[in-house]
Design a protein around this ligand. Structure first.
Ligand code: FE2
Length: 490
């Protein structure tokens, strides 16, 4: 036992003198650790069934402040467009999700491929990481979990499918893998800033630590229903976040000009007003995973709603309307009316993710429109835009494990740099990254990842161990300086 701890201590000593200084200063995150637990904490449906929380009365005033008559026409238009969109998705099923090869990304995608990725909001990228490498990562993670079995946590606790593991060596290698990094550069390049002075660098990907899934055949516990990450009530309550939807709230058909890929405003948005365990507090442009298994539909994989702009407009407008007759299931515009006399925000709860189901968001027809992503092989990657409604198949009916490393594409903002600082410190001490359930994490694990597992300067920068640089002056230079201050390397 003692020998184990000694070797553990040795293993976390960084190999570069300036990092040794960071580690020896016993630095801890400036952010207070979040509550201990698992992924279940962020889902109202997993902790209290489908009964929604009742929101405080201030949310009634919030609705009245945002609402204006112009939204009624927008609501009518959105409902009218949802009908044909639902039909198209029902016919195409999984085929609607674009699938490209990593080689195509290196060569450059066609305009048609890019516009389809933008419309659907999800993309499968085949062949980035060699299959053998991905399978080796999975084996090493299993070995790591076995070595540290008495400490490993996850969900469900009695038969873990999603592990509270963030700092294994394979995760570090994957996050800094050249193919994954260049995929992230491509994905971030699909975004733009409508205001050129927005303090965001879409050319500078950062590493956002997340956990992993090794889901066994037959599992029906790790069933995440349809949801959108990035907070729930925050979308309306936080003035910065609300600004992201300024066109949807504009009325008079302005919702059509909402550009999901306009990053302006996302840097100011607060995605986690309530310091909720598992809530992503950074601007995460694309959530994503890298597959460690051969997994197809019905084998415990991801499901997505493949109509990004329309589902976003609907979701944002939804709290302002209700059926005239509470018992009616009619989806017709005429049978709905403005809802301004109560704090109802369907599927939203304080400190939880935004959940959606057939009852809370009936016009989306989720039973017909949530499609499973096509089959993936080990080393393939899947990404979905941060506003995409997604879920995990309720049951894993396949024969092999369904396994992924969650590795999203995240750009540089000042807030994201400050998060990176705390994530770096927690990584050095083996604690969970700041957004995730707190506790000792892997601090007492044997064989966790450390700085020596990062083989390139670019990899070190991704994880916040190198300063950001720019050759540009003016606003850009000022922004990079602020980001470096937030990173606090010295
Ligand atoms: Fe999610």
């Amino acid at each position: 036992m003692h020998g184990g701890l000694k070797s553990l201590r040795r293993s976390v000593q960084p190999s570069f003198s300036r990092y040794r200084c960071l580690a020896s200063a016993v630095p801890r995150s400036r952010r207070a650790p979040k509550e201990e637990g698992s992924i279940a904490a962020i889902f109202t449906s997993l902790t209290q069934g489908e009964e929604p929380n009742v929101l405080p009365e201030r949310f009634t005033s919030l609705k009245r402040d945002i609402f204006h008559e112009g939204l009624v026409e927008s609501w009518r238009e959105v409902l009218a467009e949802l009908g044909p969109a639902v039909e198209e998705i029902s016919i195409l099923g999984s085929d609607i999700v674009p699938r490209v090869s990593y080689g195509d990304i290196e060569k450059g995608l066609s305009t048609e491929q890019i516009s389809r990725i933008r419309r659907v909001g999800t993309v499968v990228i085949a062949g980035g990481v060699p299959k053998e490498e991905a399978l080796r990562w999975k084996q090493e993670i299993k070995d790591y979990a076995t070595t540290n079995a008495s400490h490993v946590k996850g969900y469900p606790p009695e038969n873990i499918q999603i592990f509270e593991i963030y700092n294994s060596k394979p995760q570090i290698q994957a996050r800094t893998h050249p193919s994954i990094l260049s995929t992230h550069r491509f994905l971030l390049s699909l975004w733009r800033t409508s205001n050129p002075n927005t303090p965001i660098s879409l050319d500078t990907p950062l590493s956002y630590f997340d956990r992993l899934r090794i889901r066994q055949p037959g599992d029906a516990k790790f069933a995440l229903g349809p949801h959108i990450d990035g907070g729930s009530v925050e979308r309306w309550e936080d003035p910065g976040y609300r600004e992201v939807w300024r066109r949807i709230f504009g009325g008079g058909g302005a919702w059509r000009s909402h550009d999901p890929f306009d990053a302006t405003g996302r840097d100011e948005a607060k995605f986690d007003l309530y310091h909720a365990s598992n809530a992503c507090s950074v601007f995460r442009a694309w959530q994503g995973w890298t597959s460690l298994s051969s997994t197809g539909p019905n084998e415990g994989t991801l499901r997505v709603l493949p109509m990004l702009s329309l589902s976003t407009a609907y979701t944002i407008l939804r709290p302002f309307f209700r059926p005239k007759d509470p018992h009616s299931t009619s989806l017709k515009f005429e049978d709905w009316e403005a809802d301004l006399d109560g704090p109802r925000f369907p599927g939203s709860s304080i400190g939880k993710t935004q959940e959606l189901n057939e009852r809370t968001h009936p016009h989306l027809r989720l039973g017909r429109t949530m499609v499973s992503v096509p089959r993936v092989e080990p080393g393939d990657q899947v990404y979905w835009h941060c506003d995409v409604v997604h879920a995990v198949e309720a049951q894993h009916r396949g024969l092999g494990d369904s396994s992924v490393l969650y590795i999203p594409a995240v750009p540089l903002t000042v807030h994201n740099a400050s998060y990176l600082r705390d994530q770096r410190l927690n990584f050095l001490s083996g604690h969970p990254p700041p957004d995730f359930p707190g506790g000792k994490g892997e601090s007492e694990f044997i064989g966790r990842g450390n700085l020596t597992d990062i083989s390139s300067p670019e990899g070190r920068r991704l994880l916040g161990f190198e300063k950001f640089t720019t050759n540009e002056g003016g606003f850009k230079a000022e922004f990079v300086e602020k980001a470096n201050r937030a990173l606090a390397l010295e």
